[in-house]
Design a protein around this ligand. Structure first.
Ligand code: GTP
Length: 362
């Protein structure tokens, strides 16, 4: 079976980290975000992934190459953004082989059972099936209304509290028959807004309720949430060889530590924290629910909580970084600075004064 993965978005809500690398290469428990999907597709009988690439395509091609986890990888390159539907139309010749195919948003982390999804799709006999996931509050997303047979009746975008027809939302994972391609015009197209409503109206679209882990990585909070979910699934302390932890330092599970990492005395790392390769952490530091990219240096007595620190950033001594803040690659946060509440710091910037309200520092 084949799977088309939408891998060409700009990831604007994760700037500045997405200014220097595509979102699908962001580390999650020290592997690229898309590696988790590839593993799961390979375990579920998919043999070929078609990666629809646009923004920073070369970085993606260089990282994954022609094969990964026994999956063959074919690239469909776009010379301009085509949205979520246009890339499927563009890759049509690479997808059609007499079998239905999967379509996935590349920035979803889930343990949706692709085999069961495809079996359900074949049993129902529609042209397309959407995986649906139950959430406590669908008002941030769009709610999906089904009939008793699992057919999609309607979509309600961002429903007001209490007005949603169900708590089921589109999980960004689909099975398509080749006939769906006839519903997608050439150019930039939104599958969600321009294709699914027509299929639903014609009674040819079904919904499959999926269970288990699911996160759509759009904003810093959901990126941290995905990291936490993967770490708790892995359990314990996942580590590579060759890291050095002072015997007085403590690592709280679940946590992931890369190779060449050094952790100084009396530091406490974790839970829910990924420390990438070659990160150096001084003494008396506290790092919790955070993602630290490769090559970062964190000076003595600094704390990082619910934050993401970009590659080779330098966090000096007595620094405090909190609450969904993003520090760009190669930035320097000077001694004694506090950064809180969703502050983003651009790559290579030096910050010498505390920033206590949400702001982007260019
Ligand atoms: P934001 O800019 O922060 O909204 O993030 P995004 O670029 O990831 O957009 P969005 O979350 O809407 O995208 C959903 C999925 O579609 C992601 O996996 C994107 O990589 C992918 N995607 C979005 N636009 C395009 C496109 O023009 N071409 C391709 N190939 N993929 C796209």
């Amino acid at each position: 079976m084949k799977a088309l993965i939408l891998a060409g978005g700009f990831g604007t809500r994760l700037r500045p980290l997405s200014c220097t690398r595509p979102k699908l290469l962001f580390p999650l428990a020290n592997q690229a975000l898309l590696d988790w999907t590839f593993k799961s597709l390979s375990d579920n009988g998919v043999d070929t992934a078609v990666l629809a690439v646009n923004y920073m395509a070369e970085a993606i091609v260089r990282y994954f190459g022609p094969t990964k986890f026994d999956l063959g990888i074919i690239y469909s390159r776009e010379d301009r953004p085509l949205g979520t539907g246009g890339p499927i139309k563009k890759a049509a010749d690479l997808l059609i082989d007499g079998e239905p195919f999967l379509v996935l948003n590349g920035d979803i982390i889930s343990d949706v059972d692709y085999r069961s999804l495809v079996e359900y799709h074949k049993k129902k006999g529609g042209l397309a099936t959407i995986a649906l996931i139950q959430v406590p509050d669908p008002s941030r997303y769009g709610s999906v209304e089904l009939d008793g047979e699992g057919r999609v009746l309607s979509f309600v975008e961002k429903p007001e509290l209490g007005m949603a027809p169900s708590n089921l939302i589109n999980a960004g994972i689909y099975v398509f028959e080749k006939e769906v391609l006839d519903y997608i015009p050439e150019g930039k197209v939104s599958t969600e807004n321009e294709v699914f409503p027509i299929l639903a109206k014609e009674g040819k679209l079904y919904g499959y309720e999926a269970h288990g882990m699911w996160v759509d990585i759009g904003v810093p909070e959901s990126y941290l949430e995905a990291n936490k979910m993967i770490l708790s699934k892995l359990g314990g302390i996942t580590s590579s060889n060759g890291y050095e932890v002072d015997e007085s330092a403590e690592i709280l599970e679940p946590c992931c530590i890369g190779s060449g990492v050094a952790i100084g005395s009396n530091s406490v790392i974790g839970p829910d924290t990924s420390i990438s390769d070659h990160v150096h952490i001084g003494q008396g530091c506290r790092i919790e629910n955070s993602i630290i990219f490769p090559g970062v240096t964190i000076g003595d007595y600094s704390s990082v909580k619910n934050a993401i620190i970009g590659e080779n950033a330098s966090i000096e001594r007595w620094v405090k970084i909190e609450s969904g803040s993003l520090i760009g690659d190669y930035a320097t946060i000077s001694d004694g600075v506090t950064i809180t509440q969703g502050v983003s710091i651009c790559p290579s910037k030096t910050v010498t004064e505390s920033i206590l309200s949400p702001r982007q520092v260019m």
